[in-house]
Design a protein around this ligand. Structure first.
Ligand code: NAD
Length: 338
């Protein structure tokens, strides 16, 4: 029977992957996949990994040397993989392109509502029998302008949610959709006119730090920033400065550029040695969630089903519809061969 080594296992992963029928065996490891522990997968046919695993050339070479032929990512994003190394080592990479765009879009709106209506502060106050409303004033979302960067699967659902609140939506995407039902603008216009900006684009070389000091300087004073996509889209130091200078009224962050050392772990008994993260967390107008936007039962079920069917297809020699590769088919997300 084929065997798969499952890295970065959490109880909810084990629950969903264990209950589904499959033709191969899974061994669960709690460690995040990285160059130091990749040899745990020695003798396995497949490795199953997640967003914050370190899948660089060393990891890939160790996996391949141990006999692993396929890497099944149980997520949509793949910015943590060295695709050239995967290609060089004949390691196929599969992913789950969609599991629940609703989960992420709804979480983005939850962050905005919490920030704007200060629900996090009200919750803490009333638990302490403090029923004062001072400092809890928000504004009506109705009639306000939401700027959306990236109008793919999640962005489009988020836009519908915003429109349901009576917001005007403006968006930027280098690949706009036709008959969109909202207005596309350039980034400068989006920065100038938005009361809140939400990121729904992938992390690539061209989107790294798309929100930086220059972008913040072009925004309205009092804007909210929402990021449920990838931490590297925001220059965290610049964000901190813009919040301290009161340019930005608050930020709802589900991701952080240096999250890999912290997120998904209980670090409550350690001193956080990332000063930017530590400072951001102290701010009353920042809500930080630990990359949990995807975390719904529907998404977990889809992730498990698609990951298993991706591997079943690979083991059966079938067409790999969810392959991401360095230079293969023309519709692959990373087609460039150099
Ligand atoms: P998608 O591929 O459907 O859409 C991404 C969109 O971004 C596309 O329309 C693309 O044209 C656009 N884009 C590309 N470059 C851009 C740029 N420079 N500026 C603006 N837009 C650009 O992806 P999706 O399913 O909507 O997911 C979006 C992102 O959400 C993913 O890349 C991933 O990083 C993130 N995500 C986060 C979680 C979470 O739990 N927090 C879960 C799933 C996905």
């Amino acid at each position: 029977m084929k065997k798969a080594a499952f890295f970065d296992t959490r109880p909810y992963d084990r629950e969903w992957f264990s209950k589904l029928d499959k033709s191969f065996e899974i061994k669960f490891f709690e460690e995040k996949l990285n160059p130091e522990n990749a040899d745990l997968a020695k003798g396995f046919d497949a490795a199953i990994a997640f967003v914050n695993d370190t899948i660089n050339r060393s990891t890939i070479e160790a996996l391949a040397a141990g006999g692993v032929k396929v890497l099944a990512m149980r997520c949509a994003g793949y910015n943590n993989i060295d695709f050239k190394a995967a290609y060089d080592n004949n390691l196929k990479v599969l992913r789950v392109p969609v599991y629940s765009p609703y989960a992420v879009a709804e979480h983005a709106m939850a962050l905005l509502l919490t920030l704007n209506r200060k629900i996090h502060r009200a919750y803490n106050r009333t638990r302490d029998f403090n029923f004062s409303l001072n400092g809890l004033t928000g504004f009506d979302l109705h009639g306000r302008t939401m700027g959306v960067i990236g109008t793919g699967k999640i962005g489009q659902i988020f836009i519908k949610i915003c429109q349901g609140f009576g917001m005007r939506v403006i968006a930027y995407d280098p690949y706009p959709i036709e008959n969109a039902g909202f207005e596309y603008v350039d980034l400068d216009t989006l920065y100038r006119e938005s009361d809140a900006v939400s990121l729904h684009c992938p992390l690539t070389d061209s989107t790294h730090h798309i929100l930086n000091a220059d972008a913040f300087s072009k925004m309205r004073t009092g804007v909210y920033i929402i990021n449920t996509s990838r931490g590297g889209l925001i220059d965290s130091e610049a964000l901190l400065e813009a919040i301290k200078s009161r340019k930005i009224a608050g930020a709802g962050l589900d991701v952080y550029e240096e999250e890999a050392s912290f997120f998904f772990e209980d670090r409550s008994d350690t001193i956080i040695n990332d000063d930017t993260l530590a400072r951001i967390i102290t701010l009353p107008n920042v809500i930080l969630t630990s990359h949990q936007a995807f975390l719904t039962n529907e998404a977990l079920k889809n992730i498990a089903e698609v990951t298993i069917s991706n591997l079943e297809d690979f083991f059966a020699g079938k067409e790999l519809k969810n392959e991401v590769c360095y230079c293969c088919s023309t519709d692959s997300p990373t087609t460039k061969c150099n």
